[in-house]
Design a protein around this ligand. Structure first.
Ligand code: PXP
Length: 247
């Protein structure tokens, strides 16, 4: 039976370590295949404009090597659209991208760019890619994502996870409430809801318990934890927590 809550494993950080030395190891494609064998329901890879981790050849190799769906994360640029249309991954997740950021810091501003984004995603949808939009838990952004024809939204869980990690529990609870309310709202519009960014063993449970959420995309923590437990072991504990939250 397919998992009621899918675990997507983001392998960008394997490429970050590889690129720190400029060679071929560790190979993110090998990590993706290992994650697939260990029960990942999908693999996520973000081809950034500056290619700081995943490279073009990685995307090509992932398309070749994987049986589970590839969730291709990208900024809404013409170059990335061309690459996505060439590979036609199962899903395309549109994320905001700033060169100076260390990671994807916020959600996409959909409401202000509605027309542009509607035109941008149309050919991706026509090519058969499921288009997902990475946004903050904000009603305006969700309504706009729905209007432009996205099928999926991924809610940015970073603010919730950061508040938890820093011990700001009142702010964390406020962020969690927003995620809960907005996942229910998005679901009521017919959008499929995913969530991710910053999730760890410590903070995944309340997000995994949100009944409308169908997929979690987790990278940095899982790849880090795999130093200690190996990737299958790191994933197994995350899977156990997700299943327990759902039960
Ligand atoms: N989802 C999206 C859209 C992201 O951009 C990222 C980070 O690349 C993640 C999920 C995974 O976040 P993390 O690496 O913090 O688990």
């Amino acid at each position: 039976m397919p998992n009621d809550l899918r675990l997507g494993v983001n392998i960008d950080h394997v490429a970050t370590v590889r690129n720190a030395r400029g060679g071929a190891v560790p190979d993110p494609v090998r990590a993706a295949v290992m994650a697939q064998e260990a029960g990942a329901d999908g693999i996520t890879a973000h081809l950034r404009e500056d290619r700081r981790h995943i490279g073009d050849a990685d995307i090509e190799a992932l398309m070749e090597a994987l049986d589970v769906p590839l969730n291709f994360e990208m900024a809404a640029t013409e170059e990335m659209k061309e690459i996505a249309l060439r590979h036609k991954p199962h899903a395309v997740c549109i994320v905001p991208e700033k060169r100076e950021e260390r990671t994807t810091e916020g959600g996409l501003e959909v409401a202000r760019e509605e027309n542009k984004l509607a035109h941008y995603i149309a050919p991706l949808r026509d090519a058969g890619c499921r288009v997902s939009i990475f946004i903050a838990a904000d009603k305006r952004q969700i309504e706009a994502a729905n209007r432009i024809g996205a099928e999926v939204i991924e809610l940015h869980t970073g603010a919730y996870c950061d508040a938890h990690a820093e011990g700001h529990f009142s702010a964390r609870d406020d962020e969690l409430k927003k995620l809960q309310d907005m996942s229910a709202f998005a679901h009521s519009l017919g959008l499929e809801v995913h969530a991710g960014h910053g999730l760890t063993y410590d903070c995944v449970t309340p997000v995994a318990a949100m009944p409308e959420v169908k997929e979690l995309n987790i990278g940095h923590f899982l790849i880090g934890e795999s130093i200690f437990r190996g990737l299958p072991g790191a994933m197994a504990e995350m899977r156990r927590l997700m299943d327990a939250a759902r039960a």
